[in-house]
Design a protein around this ligand. Sequence first.
Ligand code: 1GP
Length: 237
Amino acid sequence: YSTILESISKEKKGLAVLIDPDKTKPEGLSSFMHKLNNSIATHIFIGGSTVEADATENLVLEIKKQTQLPIVLFPGDVSQITNHANAILYLSLLSGRNPEYLIGQHIASVSKLKNTNLEVIPTGYLLIESGKETAVQRVTQTQPMPINNIQAIVDTAKAGELLGMKLMYLEAGSGAIHAVSSSIIQAVKEELKIPVLVGGGIRSKQQIDAAYQAGADVVVIGTAFEEDASFFNELKK
Ligand code: 1GP
């Protein structure tokens, strides 16, 4: 958490590269990691909606050998917990009403977390409407929050902060057609004191800058790097 706070200020923002163990195998990672290490990326997030057993741990072990950046689990479920990462975003899907993703997975994770040194970062997770059904929606069986009711999004995020969450993640969904809009980011940021993370469907430098401009403290990008690692060249240190 301290590295997230350090990476953000008025002039500085965070960039988390999301690597999905389901799509990225440990073999042949080196060229990708080389580009990542030479970019403005500040954190590596690891996770996916559905991941095979052991795939997360194997990937974390390999990535750890190839970077100094903090490795943070961004798990789709309790099976993706591994002690080899630095921290875990302890996500509660506040936008939905499925108890399994509000508290169920958390209870199931306790016995595992007790045996790790992972830093647990309580994080509110809001799925926001983005133009098509996303994996988060499918897997969690919850509806995204409609974009025409910004007040409901702001109030939900604020409730998460009042509950003690240390980060708020605005998620359009991996590969989203429409990223979270500037007006939503701005409205949430105005109301919250905790850092705001924004991800889903961000594919260009221009979109990254627009999210920062609106108030995002950390932008999270997966698909754009997965599809074309040369995108890192536009984001050199
Ligand atoms: C998904 O917010 C992340 O959980 C990143 O989305 O893959 O669209 O970059 P993308």
